[in-house]
Design a protein around this ligand. Structure first.
Ligand code: ATP
Length: 221
């Protein structure tokens, strides 16, 4: 079984998350995706972050039609901030030994990985799948992947070598880092929260059922 772990604040989950991770699942021949909302995001200001249980519920609603997607409350059950290293260790011990785990994340998140707790251990534990997402001023895929390569070699290890045939940076002792071009989806949770504050519609950015939940609960006003 090949399982992709996809963590984030999901404040709120949006169609960009679903679209890109679905593409990664199909393209990378993964069997299952586990979405993992973080409790107190260590990299984000706590103000403006919806209650963890509400973020979890919005994910549950959004993935109801995706049988290969599940949501995990593992980070909500732990006290204190959520660290990816603890989450990966949890799944490594909780899942059968022949499970192949992959950590899926956007390139923006990956390029900050040297600020994460025990990040060097992560490179020993789990392969990464890094998705490129569009950001203003950074829409050249060649440049973007070059940035990732430079980052890997300068901050993680000089030993990483790109294997074009596998679309992957390989290393003798560390886990591979796959790069994956996803269809650009210019949606972010930040944009959604800003639109809600302005009283604008978010209809095309989140599943209808999530929009209804946000309205009913009065989130992000
Ligand atoms: P925010 O705007 O609050 O920072 P976000 O939209 O980036 O939120 P997160 O919950 O932080 O959402 O994202 C979880 C993961 O999904 C991250 O690895 C992020 O890079 C990735 N991601 C989010 N939106 C997209 C998108 N439109 N395309 C590709 N990856 C995305």
């Amino acid at each position: 079984m090949r399982i992709g772990l996809f963590g984030g604040t999901f404040n709120p989950i949006h169609l960009g998350h679903i679209q890109v991770v679905h593409e990664v699942k199909e393209g990378g021949a993964l069997d299952r995706i586990i979405l993992i909302p973080s409790a107190l995001p260590p990299h984000k200001e706590p103000g403006g972050v919806a209650d963890a249980r509400d973020r979890m519920e919005m994910i549950r609603l959004a993935i109801a039609d995706y049988p290969d997607f599940t949501v995990s409350d593992v980070e909500l059950e732990r006290s204190g901030p959520s660290y990816t290293i603890d989450t990966v260790r949890h799944f490594k011990s909780a899942l059968p030994e022949d499970t192949a785990l992959y950590l899926i994340l956007g390139i923006d998140a990956f390029l900050e990985i040297d600020t994460w707790k025990s990040y060097m251990d992560l490179f020993l534990l789990v392969p990464f799948i890094v998705m490129a997402r569009t950001d203003a001023g950074d829409d050249d895929p060649v440049l973007r992947w070059q940035t990732l390569e430079n980052y890997l070699k300068s901050r993680i290890s000089k030993g990483y070598q790109f294997s074009a045939s596998r679309s992957c940076h390989v290393h003798d002792e560390k886990q591979p880092v796959f790069v994956y071009n996803v269809t650009p989806v210019d949606i972010s949770s930040t944009k959604i929260r800003q639109l809600i504050k302005k009283g604008s519609t978010i209809r095309s950015l989140v599943p209808k059922i999530v929009e209804d939940f946000i309205k009913t609960k009065g989130l992000y006003l």
